[in-house]
Design a protein around this ligand. Sequence first.
Ligand code: 2IT
Length: 445
Amino acid sequence: MTKKEFMNEVIAKNSNEAEFLQAVEEVIDSVWDVYENNPSFVEANIMGRIVEPERVIMFRVPWVNDKGEVNVNRGFRVEFNSAIGPYKGGLRFHPSVNLSILKFLGFEQTFKNSLTTLPMGGGKGGSDFDAKGKSDGEIMRFCQSFMMELFRHIGPNTDVPAGDIGVGGREIGFLFGMYKKIRNEFTGVLTGKGRNWGGSLVRPEATGFGATYFAKSMLATKNDSFEGKLVTLSGFGNVTWGAALKITELGGKVITISGPDGYILDEEGVSGEKIEYLLELRASNNDVVAPYVEEYPNAKFIPGKRPWEVKCDIAMPCAIQNELDEDDAKLLANNGVICVAEASNMGCTPEAIKVFFDAKVDFAPGKAVNAGGVAVSGLEMSQNSMRYNWTAEEVDERLKTIMADIHSACVANGRVDENFVDYVKGANIAGFLKVANAMLDQGVV
Ligand code: 2IT
């Protein structure tokens, strides 16, 4: 079967799942040669099996709002691949959530988790629940109802969810409390827990810190660094927060953040207390960044636009899939960007990635750049198993080593020439090989 024939079959089977097909196509493009040149992979139909989730669970989530009205949302858990460890991946609560989005995320997670070097399979879940304008009590009742079904499908050796968009420390607390009550078990069934009840130090910062360490390695291949660089970030949640902290520490200046309402341009730099203010913005449950300029009047709010029109040296999308398209990529390239490190999952469209590739701008994909989040989730699982906590320094050192190893794996599998690395290809091949070989060892399951 040719690559094209294979892809056509996947399209026919999943024709209404645009995001999932986008994620599959990227991986197939990168790994097909490696796959075809390994007859045992082809004989075991690894590719046919790897694009099919092992299990998809979809369920009703009923809950009562503060007015006493009965609401219903849709809940999901996509258990994509358990070849190298228990299913592992976040829960996303966002009105855009559907099966296509969770399948793309679960598929990506499988290769990302493989890259971390830790024993974790791939999964993803969530709900189309919209937290905007909801009270804490409503969020708690929703999380409890969600767990009343999810609990029967997960466990510390089976499937270990964590947070993603719309699911942070507060939601993990409500979910964990209900799991513990139903099972009568205190286990490491979720990661991203609070530090007093089994959480790992540095987990909140891990995705943003890890993405910055990865970008630092990309820059280092050109004997460059963050020192004195202008950096544009999108988003204003957990990933943006962690990235802003670490970039500022490394001497870079973060000049933008963004929300669904537009972006903030702060030429003085989003630093110091302004970074902590992001947490306040997020906690307000309004999903807007405009209030930043009321707090810091020297900054500008540009409504309805994305931050990629701002001239910068380094750009790091930190919000959501397909948040940076072909036109955005052209603006960045024409403005002289040298490095684009995707911290969101599939933040750039395929057309945008092609623009970076053609302009020889260093670009690395989310599954490599943002793997620090799930890596520290893996370290949280290790600490829970040991019934022991590492210090922040110990966790951060391990995170640095993991991100450096992922960067090396991308370079080893993606080097094009002396001056250019195809990080997309490198990440996909390195992530794929480990999972494919494990599937081969375990027979047709
Ligand atoms: O996209 C991701 O890697 C996450 N949302 C984190 C998953 C995890 O299990 O920590």
